[in-house]
Design a protein around this ligand. Structure first.
Ligand code: PEP
Length: 253
């Protein structure tokens, strides 16, 4: 049985005041959701604040990215060692916004995944196809290539300590949630692909859905056999919405 995960991705949003409000609320909700892993991934500048506010609760936190290097002359980057020092459990890598706006290739994302894992963080590998790729029927080819780059660098066993987030790019921030059938088929295909390397790893790895997942769509998405929770953008900035999504995960735990 895989423990469901509900993870917020705040992206470039937040103020000291909203971060305080959200972390306080989500800490309480997480304390009441012992059978679900609840986390928020915050802009780096807020991670210390999240640590101060959430320590002692069941709420975990993470970063939205992670550098390949641990230290040195890499202006603007955040090292996995620093993130670990500030109590991060997770590091998102390969979000489509980073792949798109920062030209991160599959190989760069794999190196970030390795850097996070080697330094004690749980990488959350984001994968997913564009609308054109979806229309061309290439969804699984894209997802497999994104995963294969990580397997080539880190080995299949790396997924014993990692999470995959399937996030169709056409669904992110658009309000166009993938239907439960579409998402389940892709998640199943991803798990079957992982099975060709290791059945045990494939059975254990949590595969989250992300892309306009909200309080309305979460219950049916999370009831699918291969969907183990969600990576949540916009709705993780609203107490009522994120709380309802956690409730949906609890119902399927
Ligand atoms: C995301 O960016 O990871 C995401 C899932 O965003 P949204 O929920 O806003 O579509």
């Amino acid at each position: 049985m895989r423990t469901p995960v509900v993870m917020g991705n705040w992206k470039l949003n937040g103020t000291k005041s909203t971060v305080t409000e959200l972390v306080k609320a989500f800490s309480t909700v997480a304390n009441d959701a012992k059978n679900v892993d609840v986390a928020v991934c915050a802009p780096a500048v807020f991670i210390g604040m999240v640590e101060s506010l959430a320590t002692g609760s069941n709420l975990k936190w993470g970063s939205e990215d992670c550098d390949v290097h641990t230290q040195g002359a890499f202006t603007g980057e955040n090292s996995p060692v620093m993130l670990k020092e500030f109590g991060c459990t997770y590091a998102i890598v390969g979000h489509s916004e980073r792949r798109g706006y920062h030209n991160e290739t599959n190989e760069v994302v794999a190196a970030k995944f390795k850097s996070a894992l080697d330094n004690g963080l749980v990488p959350v590998l984001c994968i997913g196809e564009s609308e054109a790729e979806y229309d061309a029927g290439k969804t699984l080819d894209v997802c497999k290539a994104e995963i294969k780059a990580v397997i080539d660098l880190c080995g299949i066993e790396a997924f014993n300590n990692a999470i995959i987030a399937y996030e169709p790019i056409w669904a992110i921030g658009t309000g166009k949630t993938a239907t439960p059938e579409i998402a389940q088929n892709v998640h199943k295909g991803i798990r079957e692909f992982l099975k060709t390397f290791s059945a045990e790893v494939a059975d254990g790895v949590r595969i989250l859905y992300g892309g306009s997942c909200n309080a309305k769509t979460a219950p049916e998405l999370f009831s699918q056999p291969d969907i183990d929770g969600g990576l949540i953008g916009g709705a993780s900035l609203k107490v009522a919405d994120f709380t309802a999504i956690i409730e949906a995960a609890k119902a399927n735990a």
